[in-house]
Design a binder for this molecule. Structure first.
Ligand code: GH3
Ligand code: MG
Ligand code: MG
Length: 483
């Protein structure tokens, strides 16, 4: 080796030409460093990856060029330890570390550091920028999460609550918000917020209380433009109404993308970063792709929840009359009894049954009987309040629940309902008022026994069930119209 150290004189002189050419054509960045930590070699890919030309880099302290400031002490310490002991844990292993380029942009690199057996005071490393690979891995993870979350979600808002956390953690953001427009409304509302441990609760609360019109704040701007928008530095952007609180929460830059459902603006996903700076192009693209997928899942979800609602309605509705069916009746009865237990409001239940309906069928035919039931359902329903529940209990038997009705009012309603029975037909009813402690079955049992009594007494009447202290049913006749 000569006295004056050239850029490659740590290699054997006779092989320099060949090796130089191989190194310059390598896809990996190749960097060599001496024991003093100075750069002594820097191939073409190193120039591309880190932004410094070999002329600029050679002779500089390597750590100052490519190691993030926070990692420099550890790097110096590792080098010192190796020089003292001759041992290094990191040699000849594949490592993943953070590096910076000329602009200060931080990115992940994969590298292997080795030294020349004949010259252990020289180190060399091959490095690859793996930010693209990292982003692809994140995108893949995010896509899996979207599929998983939407396959189980019942609503967009519920799905987004989960996704904000998954995406925020994967992309190392500090806080994420989902904004959507309520049907027909002129404002965007924040439906859910995810935040890292570091981000402040105060900002979350303010965000959840906000309503944004088109053009205002980042989500409002995204709504207006239909394009991704970002703020590079919240401290310097006067158009950010929450900036002061955001800064206190450690949030410095934000990125927001639209979610379109069937080409229409549906909402916006907003993420905040703890660092000032424009989001990387790749990050914007990834979030854009994710938002597109979320949009198509949301349209499927909308269709699915419409379908579920229709199915649910079908499952709770009587086919013939469109009234609540027995299952819906049971649900409502249990709910109303639970509510009545907590309050002091009186609750009444009646069982109604058409009189001699078999005769009607025999005289007019079964189809006419069906038509009568349909007509009857409509006629009775119009006599009731919206909060009253009328259900087809089975056959030509109906159940009526009157919340917040004392017995006197309930029996007036029943008289009206019975009078509204079409085609000159009559019906009998048994009416019971909730005693405050009985089970739904006991209450129905008492109303049913009263109905039986009404039939026994000649039909076309209402019988009120009276419960004594021992809950034995005493029956008292209320009225008997007509017969
Ligand atoms: P009452 O209740 O006054 O003692 O006499 P009823 O003839 O109404 O009583 P019963 O329970 O013996 O007969 C009920 C009849 O109601 C039997 C059946 O033909 C008729 N029915 C039940 N469900 C339907 C239905 O969905 N459509 C028609 N058309 N008839 C029905
Ligand atoms: Mg009958
Ligand atoms: Mg019957």
């Amino acid at each position: 080796m000569g006295a004056a150290r050239g850029e490659s004189d740590w290699l054997h002189e006779d092989s320099i030409g060949d090796v130089r050419s191989v190194l310059d054509h390598a896809h990996e960045a190749f960097i060599a460093m001496d024991a003093g930590g100075l750069v002594i070699d820097w191939n073409r890919q190193a120039q591309r990856t880190f932004g410094w030309s070999s002329e600029e880099a050679i002779g500089q302290v390597l750590a100052d060029l490519i190691i993030p400031p926070r990692d420099r002490d550890a790097h110096a310490e590792g080098l010192r330890r190796y020089l003292d002991s001759g041992r290094a844990r990191i040699l000849d292993k594949r490592l993943e570390l953070s590096a910076i380029d000329r602009t200060g942009r931080e990115f992940p690199v994969e590298l292997t550091i080795s030294h020349h057996d004949a010259a252990p005071e020289y180190f060399f490393a091959f490095l690859v920028d793996i930010s693209q690979r990292r982003l692809s891995e994140r995108l893949l993870r995010a896509q899996l999460a979207i599929t998983r979350v939407f396959s189980q979600a019942l609503s967009s808002d519920q799905a987004m609550r989960e996704l904000l956390a998954t995406l925020g953690e994967a992309m190392e953001w500090q806080l994420g918000a989902w904004w959507s427009q309520a049907e027909g409304s002129e404002v965007l509302r924040c439906r859910s917020v995810w935040r890292s441990e570091a981000a402040a609760l105060e900002f979350e609360q303010i965000t959840l209380a906000l309503e944004l019109v088109q053009g205002v704040a980042l989500p409002g701007r995204v709504w207006a433009s239909g394009q991704p928008e970002w703020t590079v530095d919240l401290a310097a952007d006067p158009s950010v109404p929450r900036a002061q609180v955001a800064l206190r929460a450690g949030l410095h830059a934000s990125l927001c993308v639209p979610v379109l459902v069937k080409g229409e603006f549906h909402g916006a996903i907003e993420f905040f970063s703890g660092q000032v700076g424009e989001p990387a192009r790749a990050t914007r693209e990834i979030l854009g792709t994710i938002a597109e997928q979320i949009g198509s899942f949301m349209s499927v979800l909308d269709e699915r929840s419409d379908l579920l609602m229709k199915l649910q309605r079908l499952a709770l509705t009587d086919d013939l009359t469109g009234l609540a069916n027995r299952r819906a009746w049971q649900d409502n009865l249990e709910r109303e009894i639970a509510a009545a237990r907590r309050s002091t409001e009186p609750l009444c239940v009646a069982m109604l049954d058409l009189d001699h309906f078999k005769r009607y069928n025999d005289a007019h035919g079964h189809q006419a009987g069906d038509r009568l039931l349909i007509e009857l359902a409509h006629a009775w329903r119009t006599q009731l309040r919206a909060s009253d529940i009328l259900a087809r209990y089975g056959g030509e038997e109906f159940a009526l629940l009157l919340p917040a009705s004392p017995i006197e009012a309930a029996s007036k309603v029943l008289a009206r309902v019975r009078t509204a029975t079409p085609e000159g037909q009559t019906c009998s009813a048994g009416l019971a008022t909730f005693n405050g402690s009985e089970s739904p079955e006991q209450l129905i049992g008492r109303a049913d026994a009263a109905l039986y009594e009404a039939k026994a007494r000649g039909r076309n009447r209402t019988v009120i069930a009276k419960a004594d202290r021992s809950h034995r049913t005493r029956l008292g006749e209320e009225d008997s119209s007509g017969s």
